[in-house]
Every structure is written in structure tokens, then in C-alpha cells.
Design a protein around this ligand. Structure first.
Ligand SMILES: *Cc1c(COP(=O)(O)O)cnc(C)c1O
Length: 397
């Protein structure tokens, strides 16, 4: 059957594929420990669930305005003011079915054939393909591990051409956990101030930060770039609400209107019930977030230590999110039963086959020297899983 050419230009999300594979093996009865999940292992807080239940009971179950209810937009506006010192009008906010959907619609609204979008690597798996689906060209800027996986102003500058339309910044980062300090963001902004280049700031891990500086996005760090910044965020990661599918963007009115127009012809509004839940997430008690983060921090410390305890694995301590991105290239060249392991895909296949541990290959994020482990899983799984990885690595010749 003939399919549209665009299908062949992209690949399925590798993180979702690994999770599916781990689940399938588990269903066969194998004792698989999964480090693939890109979602908190905590339950959605009870007050948020309650708001959704009330929405159902009171019949709030019909279409809403395409870009979200005024009530939710006001909650988003209040959040952006409170947490990020950024002020927006309702016409500058759009709510979509998850931040991934927000990013997709944004790309559809902004990019076309010939447009270049700068994406620092290691990057979140979906950015390049979202740009490709819009007809644009991802321009990958490799960051160095020595720089903590953070793009330097000179690296950004060198990637800019006459066709550059936007830069994607994701801090704290999935997959590296790297977080830019306000000063670092200001320096990046300085490169862009005299250009027409937009910044897409993916702040989805804003709340999950352990750095010794407070979270800032580029528009907070450098207010002069706010008019060219689109802030993207959502409730999935901060409130353990991945299944509810609520994300949002705030930015220039023209861009937001374009996203609304696109959205009106694909999904229409995000789920009415989830919108009520998101209002409660943003306006309600924030204490649960702090509890989750302190648990993540403990797990981070354990997983980083256990990884660095394995010969030939080196792991930086991430400043945010719930992933570690260890360098495993020291293992490449070694072999198991005569079969050489030469890249991240072969390593993760070996670990899954040999010790039932599911990890995502770094190649999916633009760095084949690394693998990504999510520590959004229990301490027990972390300890047992890392023990298995250590044993598996020790078995290599
Ligand atoms: C999880 C994630 C998203 C998308 O989250 P949604 O569930 O679609 O709101 C966006 N960006 C990054 C970097 C993520 O890890």
C-alpha cells in the first residue's frame, strides 16, 4: 500500500518502544526491571483526581473552547506569573493535549520547507521528528559532556544561518538532566537578541530540579527575549499526570492564534475533564511536588553512585528531571560469547537479553556513547537493576 512520504521520514518514539518491549517480556513471565519510563511512578494527587471526578459528576463533559477554558488559561497565566515572573494575556496562551501536542502544533504553525530549527544534542527523541513532519530541517548542535551537556553561546552562534527560524531549549533536559543557570541562559539569549530567531523553551521538567540555582527559562533570565520566546509546559511531569494529556504554550499572540487555528482542525479542545484536573494541579496545594522531588533526589544519588561504581561507566550527576545519561563507550569493543558490543543499541539488547533490564539507547537521543535510565522507579528496582547491570558488564570479555 502506498503511504505518504512523510511516514518514512520519521521513526517511532524509541522510548515508547522500549517500554512496550519490556511490558511484552513481562507478560511472557520474565522478571524485567524497566528504566525506560518517561513518567513519574507516583500516583496523580488525590485533590487533582477529585477535581476530575467533580467535573464528570457535574456534567462538565462537553466540548470546550479549542485552546482551553478561560478558567485553565487563567490558572496558567497565574502560574507563569508566580513561578516565572512572566505576564501574559489570555490571547497569548493555548492549551493542548499534552506538551508533545503543543510542540507539534507549534511546529506546524511555524515551520515549512527550508526552515532550520536548532536542536542541541542530546535531545528529547521527538523534537527532530516533529520538525521534520512540519517540513523543516533539524540542525543538531552536539554539546559536550565536559560542558555538562549544555550548549555554549559560540556553538549556538556557529549553527545559525539565514534560514534559522527557531532554537529549542529544554532545561532541565530529557535525557541528560542538565539544567541551564539563569546566567547561562542570558548568554545564549545575547546571541539571539538581534535576530528574528524564536526560542521554544520546553519547561516540562521545571519543577524537578536539584541544582543550587533556581529554575529559570530564557525569557525570565533575559526579559528582552520574551517577545520571541514560546514557553511550553504541562502538568504531566510535575503532577504525575502523563495520562491526562494537558500541555500548554504561552507566547506572542500571532503564534498562539496560529496554534489555535491548527488545533481547531485536528483535535479541537483538550479533554474537558482533564482541564478541570489541570486547574486544580496548578492552583491547588503544591506540597506534593516537593515530596516527589525529594524522593527523586534520593534515587538520583543512589543511581549515579551505583553507575559510577561499574568499571567503564561514567555518569554525571544530573541537575534536574528524572533521568541519568551515563557514558558507556568504555564498554564498547568488549564481547559476550564472541559477539562484540559496539554501540548503545547492542549494549541495551545485551542487557535486556542477559539480565532482564530495559534501558533506552543513547542513539535515540543523538548520542551513541550513552544510554538513558529513568529513575522514576522504586529504590528497590534501582538497586536490583543496577546490580544486574554491574554483573552483566563484569561478564564481558
Ligand atoms: C514528557 C516530555 C514532554 C511531553 O509531555 P506531555 O506528556 O506530552 O505533556 C515534552 N518534552 C519533554 C522533554 C518530555 O520529556
Amino acid at each position: 500500500m502506498k503511504l505518504a512520504a512523510r511516514v518514512a521520514k520519521i521513526k517511532p518514539s524509541e522510548t515508547l518502544a522500549i517500554t512496550a518491549k519490556a511490558n511484552a517480556l513481562r507478560a511472557e513471565g520474565r522478571d524485567v526491571i524497566g528504566f525506560g519510563a518517561g513518567e513519574p511512578d507516583f500516583d496523580t494527587p488525590i485533590n487533582i483526581k477529585g477535581a476530575a471526578i467533580r467535573a464528570i459528576e457535574t456534567g462538565f463533559t462537553k466540548y470546550t473552547p479549542v485552546g482551553g477554558t478561560d478558567e485553565l488559561k487563567e490558572a496558567v497565566i497565574a502560574k507563569l506569573k508566580r513561578d516565572n515572573a512572566l505576564e501574559y494575556k489570555r490571547s497569548q496562551v493555548v492549551v493542548s493535549c499534552g506538551a508533545k501536542h503543543t510542540l507539534y502544533n507549534l511546529a506546524q504553525a511555524l515551520f515549512e520547507e527550508g526552515d532550520e530549527v536548532i536542536i542541541p544534542a542530546p535531545y528529547w527523541v521527538s523534537y527532530p521528528d516533529i520538525v521534520v513532519l512540519a517540513g523543516g530541517r533539524p540542525v543538531i548542535v552536539n554539546t559536550s559532556e565536559a560542558d555538562g551537556f549544555k550548549m555554549k553561546p559560540a556553538e549556538l552562534k556557529a549553527a545559525i544561518t539565514g534560514r534559522t527560524r527557531a532554537v529549542v531549549i529544554n532545561s532541565p533536559s530529557n535525557p541528560t538532566g542538565a539544567a541551564y543557570s539563569p546566567a547561562e541562559l542570558k548568554e545564549l539569549a545575547a546571541v539571539l537578541l538581534d535576530t528574528a530567531i524564536l526560542v521554544i523553551s520546553d519547561d516540562i521538567y521545571e519543577k524537578i530540579i536539584y541544582a543550587d540555582f533556581p529554575f529559570a527559562n530564557i525569557a525570565t533570565a533575559e526579559p528582552r527575549i520574551k517577545d520571541k520566546t514560546i514557553v511550553v509546559n504541562g502538568v504531566s511531569k510535575a503532577y504525575a499526570m502523563t495520562g491526562w494529556r494537558i500541555g500548554y504554550a504561552a507566547g506572542p499572540e500571532q503564534v498562539i492564534a496560529a496554534v489555535n487555528k491548527i488545533q481547531s482542525q485536528n483535535t479541537s479542545n483538550p479533554t474537558s475533564i482533564s482541564q478541570k484536573a489541570a486547574v486544580e494541579a496548578l492552583n491547588g496545594d503544591q506540597a506534593v511536588v516537593g515530596k516527589m522531588v525529594s524522593e527523586f533526589r534520593k534515587r538520583r544519588d543512589v543511581i549515579v553512585q551505583m553507575l559510577n561504581d561499574i568499571p567503564d561507566i561514567k555518569c554525571l550527576s544530573p541537575e534536574g528531571a528524572f533521568y541519568v545519561f551515563p557514558n558507556v563507550s568504555g564498554i564498547y569493543g568488549r564481547s559476550f560469547k564472541g559477539k562484540k558490543i559496539t554501540n548503545s543499541a547492542e549494549l541495551i539488547d545485551y542487557l535486556l537479553d542477559e539480565v532482564n533490564v530495559a534501558i533506552v539507547p543513547g542513539a535515540a537521543f543523538g548520542s551513541d556513547d550513552h544510554i538513558r535510565l529513568s529513575y522514576a522507579t522504586s529504590m528497590k528496582n534501582i538497586e536490583e537493576g543496577l546490580k544486574r547491570v554491574k554483573a552483566a558488564v563484569a561478564k564481558l570479555d
